[in-house]
Write a protein that binds this ligand. Structure first.
Ligand code: CA
Length: 472
């Protein structure tokens, strides 16, 4: 579960909230939690986390106007992690290495301006610029690390304070990293002071920090931010080193934001399959299904990672970037949310991730919690087992069943989704279920389905909704 949304008003108290609720969250079937970036960012107490400033300050030092981060103090963070682990929940912190923001001093250096639309295209000669690239972390005073960042550890920035100019400046003798996304010619540069991952000093510091972070926090894995803007082999080597050193599995999922599944395949190849990826193509299919009344539901898994390389796919419906008002806004419409969650939670492939904003709602935008999300999570935990049969055979009505297995009493299910009117699908749930009575756990259909002697049932669905049929 992703345990935050962009606008959450947590009063620097998220870590305490997690600690208090760890057992309750575990009961819903959550087995791992993606926590927001825990280090001090440029925005101080209001920083969501992606404007990373000091990665060693987990809410411990008076920097950026606050000791605590938006989410709490270092000790509260460590306590929350302990509570989660005691509740049987693994912890995957959000790691932001691509860039830094909020430098402590300005440096005057030579740089070349490049074109916003083609980062490979230089549009000026060398000029002298003033850039925010010196990070000394005066509030931390060298605790944990005495590494000081300066401009040679970065390859570019988007602001020249000598002229108040917003433009991408590539530093003298620097090249953008290779093995990155190719949008804008080369998408190494995203924002802030962009780390130079061809610099051995930077690689060593990031690796040293990763080792420190693991030991200090006891994290079980990672959510890696903005991986398409970082040389693929850097993260490949980084995670391999940390796994060897910690002897832990360190499940890791990268945010490669692209709806093109081939780019995801390429990254997985470049990283030797060490890093799973969010199934962004599936997210966009779900979004299209929710917004296009003529969407062909039989194609919902076309060109998705969960279909083409399921063991590497972390499936999700929405996240802090796709929610209303955010950079990648593409929020799955309300009427399709149950269907979307059934699609990620109740199938035998993919590693699903539930979004905090769907579970608890998003107060900032008056979005209510999803009424049936907890029910769907519990069905995953208790009933989503056994051989699966797919019926993605009609454009406006699709479904699937799982037969259930002997290890889970009364397990098995049948899902039907409609983006048109009321209807039903005739589906096979297993001979062993002949004579069983199924009801709609989501409460949309009130009839009962009795499985015939050959193991088939007629499972109905209301228009523009999903029904999840389970044994009564
Ligand atoms: Ca970069």
């Amino acid at each position: 579960m992703q345990y935050f949304e962009w606008y959450m008003n947590c009063n620097q108290n998220l870590w305490n909230d997690i600690k208090e609720n760890a057992d309750k969250i575990s009961e819903t079937g959550v087995t791992a939690m993606w926590l927001p970036p825990a280090f001090k960012g440029i925005g101080g107490k209001d920083e969501v986390g992606y404007g990373a400033y000091d990665l060693y300050d987990l809410g411990e030092f008076d920097q950026k106007g606050t000791i605590k981060t938006k989410y709490g103090s270092k000790d509260e963070y460590l306590d929350a992690i302990v509570a989660l682990k005691q509740a049987g929940i693994e912890v995957y912190p959000d790691i932001v290495l691509n860039h830094k923001m909020g430098a402590d001093a300005i440096q005057t250096i030579p740089a070349t301006k490049v074109d916003w639309s083609d980062h490979n295209k230089e549009i000026s000669g060398n000029e002298t610029v003033k850039v925010a690239t010196k990070f000394t972390f005066p509030g931390r005073k060298g605790k944990y690390s005495d590494f000081v960042w300066n401009w040679t550890d970065f390859d570019g920035i988007d602001y020249n304070s000598a002229t108040n100019e917003n433009a991408i400046f590539k530093f003298k003798d620097k090249q953008w990293g290779t093995e990155v996304d190719e949008e804008f010619g080369n998408f190494d540069y995203l924002m802030g002071a962009d780390l130079d991952f061809s610099n051995p000093r930077v690689i060593k510091e990031c690796t040293d920090w990763g080792k420190w972070y693991l030991e200090f926090t006891g994290a079980d894995g990672f959510r890696l931010d903005a991986v398409k803007h970082i040389r693929a082999s850097f993260y490949r080597d980084w995670i391999k080193t940390l796994r060897e050193q910690s002897k832990k599995e360190l499940f890791s999922v990268g945010e490669y934001w692209s709806s093109d599944v081939n780019k995801l395949h390429k990254y997985i190849t470049e990283t030797d399959g060490e890093i799973s990826l969010f199934d962004v193509p599936l997210h966009y299919n779900l979004y299209s299904a929710s917004t296009d009344p003529d969407y062909d539901l039989s194609k919902i898994f076309d060109h998705t990672l969960v279909k083409e390389n399921s063991s590497m796919a972390v499936t999700f419906v929405d996240n802090h970037d796709t929610q209303p008002g955010q950079a990648l806004e593409s929020f799955i419409q309300d009427w399709f949310k149950e269907s979307a969650y059934a699609i990620i939670l109740l199938r035998n492939t993919g590693y699903p991730c539930v979004f905090y904003g769907d579970y608890y709602g998003i107060e900032h935008d008056n979005i209510k919690p999803m009424e049936n999300l907890k029910t769907l999570m519990l069905i995953r935990k208790e009933k989503s087992y056994g051989v699966q049969h797919d019926y993605f055979d009609y454009n406006s009505y699709v479904g699937w069943t799982q037969e259930g297995d002997e290890d889970h009493i009364n397990s098995g299910l049948a899902v039907v989704i409609s983006n048109a009117g009321d209807g039903f699908k005739r589906m096979f749930v297993g001979l062993q279920n002949a004579g069983e009575k199924y009801i709609d756990a989501l409460g949309h259909c009130e009839d009962e389905v009795i499985i015939d002697e050959e193991g088939w049932g007629n499972f109905s669905v209301k228009g523009k909704s999903a029904s999840v049929w389970v044994k009564e």
